[in-house]
Design a protein around this ligand. Sequence first.
Ligand code: MG
Length: 379
Amino acid sequence: MQPIPPITAVELRIVALPLITPFVASHGSVHTRTAVIVHVMGDGVDGWGECAALPEPTYTAEYVDGAHAMLRDALAPELLEAGPMGAEEVRSLFASHGEHPMAVAAVELALLDARCAADGRSLARRLTPAAAEPATRVPAGVAIGLMDSPAATAATAAARVAEGYRRIKMKIEPGRDIGVVREVRAAIGSDIELMVDANGAYSADDHALLAQLDEFDLSCIEQPLSADTPDDLERHAALAGRIATPICLDESLTSVERTERALEIGACSVVCVKGPRYGSWLDAARVLDRCLTLGIDAWVGGMLDTGIGRRANIALAAHPGATRIGDISATARFFTDDICPPITLHDGMIDVPTGAGWASEIDRAALDRLTVGATTITR
Ligand SMILES: [Mg+2]
């Protein structure tokens, strides 16, 4: 654990990337992906992070403008005040800001990036246990939002498979579930991994309906019940006893401890790992370490990320504990313009970035073109 030299300035930018097609889930839709980019600077320090918070407070309490204000008014000043520190200390520095995990994770990512640049190693190397090698390529998976008709969803899924995606995840909600999944499964055949993500849209009383999904050989159902109840893990454990499809949790897993508890009581048998949701990319890697030890399948989720967040997800997915295909997609699936060169697909695989730090991967002209707000906080 090495501190990096003092950070003397934190630049915050809000970027706006129009989505090729709006992304619709049960919690809301995104038309333009705005995101906060965090840039830490100092003597020999140049680190970049991205905050995963979505434009509106629909998916979680955090959202772009709120996270930006939190970063500007609290996290950046406190980081500047703290003096030399390592990425490992970010979590404890911001322990009182647990309600803002995505903003905290963005700062940690920027410090990790600065450290990787200084050490000459990749983020994938940093997040993978020392005794293991990070993957050099990861298989690509894609998420399909809610669409107007089962036929349109099935056609989209088939098109993604034709592009090379090896795993299809489709959003479902009450009224857009069994019939759509049936059409998608028929369209892509039985050999392609298919899973569904409900984003907590069902209630425990829906168990008989959810059991109807069992016939489609889904690799898992992600977050069937809401995470916003005190007993969400227990309710998922009860549901797991009533359906055959494995349950994967996303929104419910907000810490390493809650993930361990979920696995202990059988609330899930598959883990979706997201650095921003844990408030820490290092904690996300710890969860993958733990899943690897326990023999539990895990995969890395995405958040309609721009170039930096997308690279961070790919780096995390290179961890040997990420045994299942994640939301690791090509840039072109979502955006025509990005702040970094596009991530591309080759034979259904995506190369893991090997560079030390992302500063050289950022397209400064594109970053300026896509920036809709910028502010710099100094000591
Ligand atoms: Mg999800």
